[in-house]
Design a protein around this ligand. Structure first.
Ligand SMILES: [Zn+2]
Length: 49
């Protein structure tokens, strides 16, 4: 297995190395940064949410 497997981001469907995706939801860093596809686990920490 020379080539590292690529996994599709669950949001933008572009492919990234596994370590580039977030563990729980397989979002790439860009999609994760937008925050639109994330669940509430992190947002609950924000008082405005
Ligand atoms: Zn993405």
């Amino acid at each position: 297995m020379a080539a590292s497997a690529l996994y599709a981001c669950t949001k933008c469907t572009q492919r990234y190395p596994f370590e580039e995706l977030s563990q729980g939801q397989q979002l790439c860093k860009e999609s994760e940064a937008t925050g639109l596809g994330t669940e509430c686990s992190d947002l609950e920490l924000l008082p405005s949410h």
